[in-house]
Design a protein. Sequence first.
Length: 634
Amino acid sequence: MDEKTNASEVQPEIQTVAEENAAENQSAPANEQQNTTNDKPSKPKKKKRQPLGFGSTMLASALGFIIAIVVINVLVMAIGLAMIFAVSSADTSTMPVGDNIVVKIDLTKAIVEQPLSEMESLFSNGDNVVSLQTHLNAIANAKDDAKVKGLFLYMGDGGSVSWAQSEELRAAIDDFKTSGKPVVAFGNSYSQPAYYLATAATRVVLNPVGMLDFRGIAAESIFLKEMMDKLGVSIDLIRPGNNTFKSAGETYTMTHFSDANREQVRAYISGIWNHVAEGVAKERNLSIDTINYLADNLESVLANEALSAGMVDTLAFEADVMKMFKNEYGGKRVVASTRYEKSIPEAKAPCNIAVIYAEGDVVGGSGNGMRRDVYANDIAKAFDDAAADTSVKAIVFRINSPGGSAVASEIMTDAVVRAKEKKPVVVSMGAVAASAGYEIASNATTIVAQPTTLTGSIGVFGVVPELGKMLRSKLGITVDTVMTNANAAGFSTMRPLSPTARAMLQRNVEEFYVNFCMRVAKGRSLEVEYVDSIARGRVWTGVDACRLGLVDTLGGMNLAMSLAASAANVEKYNTKVFPKQKDLVSQLLDYAGEKKDTELSMQMRQIFPFYEEMCRWATMEPLQARLPFITNID
C-alpha cells in the first residue's frame, strides 16, 4: 500500500473520533439525569484548571519568546552555513568569461600580499580587497589568452597602490605588452604611485576635470613628546650606542627629526623619487629636468596642463574608454581580474614551490581571526611543514613588514635557517622588509627586492614609559611598594627606571644588536665589522641594499619564483601556500569573536588617525627591531 492510500484512510478515522466526542459532550446532561434515576454512582467531575497568574503568564511568554529566538537564529545560521558551503564548494576553476574580453585591474581596491581566505572572499572584504598575486596571475595568463583583447588599469579617484606594488605590476604589464595587446589606464584622478604604474600603459587617460598628483615625495612623521610632557608621561629610549639611525622610539622623545633620521629619510625618499622620475621620463619621452620642473611648479596637476605637458595622452570619461576598447580594440566585455583569474585552469605539475607570506608587524604567538600580522609561531610552523613536505622542492618567502618583536624575529630566523638546510629559500621583499623584517630574510638562499623597497634598519631599541607622575598629578593616584630585593620593582612603570635596571636593558640591546649583525653576516657571507658599518639602524632602498650586499638582485615575486625553481632544478610546478588555511567554520568563529573589535578599531581610526599606532606602542614587547612606522611617504 502506498503512502497516498494510507493518508486517505487515516483522515476519515480522525474525523469520526472527533464527531463521537462532540456527540458525547452534547448528551452529557441527559446521561447524568439517567444515572440519578437509576441510583447509579456518577463519575467524579474533573477539576477545572485555575488560570495562570500574571507573573506566571509573563514568565511563560518570555520563555517562549527566548526559545523562539534561539530556534530562529539556529535556523538562520544553518541556512547561512548551507549557502556558504554551497558557494565555497562550487567549482570556480572553469568560470566562463566569454570571448573578446578586456581584463580590468581595479586599483581602487586595497592590495594585500597574501591570497584572501574563504572568509574574506565570501564577505565584505572580498568587495574591496584583492591580493597582489591575483592581479599578477591574471596579467600573466591574459598575455597569451586569445580571448583577451587588452588590459584596463582602473584608478578611480586616485588608486590605492603603493610604490612597490606599482613596481611589481609595472614589470608584469611590460611583459604583457610584448603580446602586442593594448593597455589603457584611466583615472578620475591619479595618486603618484598610481600614475607611475599608469605610465607603463600604452595609453594614459585622465578625466577632463580630474587631477594628476605629481609633486615629488615628502615624508612626514608625528612626534608626541610635547603631548607626553603635558600628560606627565616620560619615555626612556634605550638603544645601542651607535644605533643613531634607529629612530622609531624618537616619536616619543623628540619634537622633530634627529639629524641622523633626517639624513636617512632624505636619502631614501630621494632614491625612490629618482627611480620614479627616470621611469616616468622614459615612458613619457620626457627629460628628467622636465619631470622635476613639472613637479616643482605643479604644472601638470590640472587636466589640461597634464595633457599639454605630455603627461597623459587623452582627456576622456570612463564611458569613452569603454567605447575605445570596443571600437578600436574589439573588446566587447570588461571582466574583473578577480573573476578572470578564477577562470584559469590549474596546471598539473609533478611538484610544488611553497609560498609563505609575512605581512604586517612581527609579533609573538599565533594568529587568531583575520588580522594580518607576522606571528612567529605560525611562520615557524609553516617553514617546518614546507621543509618536511616531500612535494615541495623550494620555498619562496614573501615579506612586507616594518619589523617588530625582537624575540619573535629570532624564532622565525631560526626556522628559516633550519629550512634552508633542506631546500632553497628565496625571499621576495614587498614595500618594506626592514629591521626584524630584514633579519628573518637575511639567512635565505637568495634575496630579491624592488628598487623602491625599504629595507635594512639593522638595529634594536627598547622603550619603557614612566606613568607614576601622570597618575599622581592628573588623577591623584599614588603608589607605594614593598620589596624583598633592591630591584624587585626595577621595571615598574610607576617610577623611573633604576640605574641598575637601565644598565641591564642597555646590555640587552647591545647584545641583541651584536647578535643581529652576526646573523646578517653569516647569512650574507659578509664580515661582521662591515655589517656593523652599514647597519646602526639605517634604512636603505632596494637599490642601495643591492649595492651594499644586503640583497642579491632587484625584481618582484615572479623573479623570486623563477629563481626558486632554478635553484630546485624544476621547470613545471604549482604553488602551495603555507600555513594551511583554517576550514571555513573555524574562520567564521574567529571572525565572530573579533568582529566588534575590528569595527571599534575602524571607527577610532576615523576619529584619531594614529589610533592604531598608539595601540601598538601600548601593547608591544619592550625589545623592538622595527622601522619608524608613524611616517607617511607620498
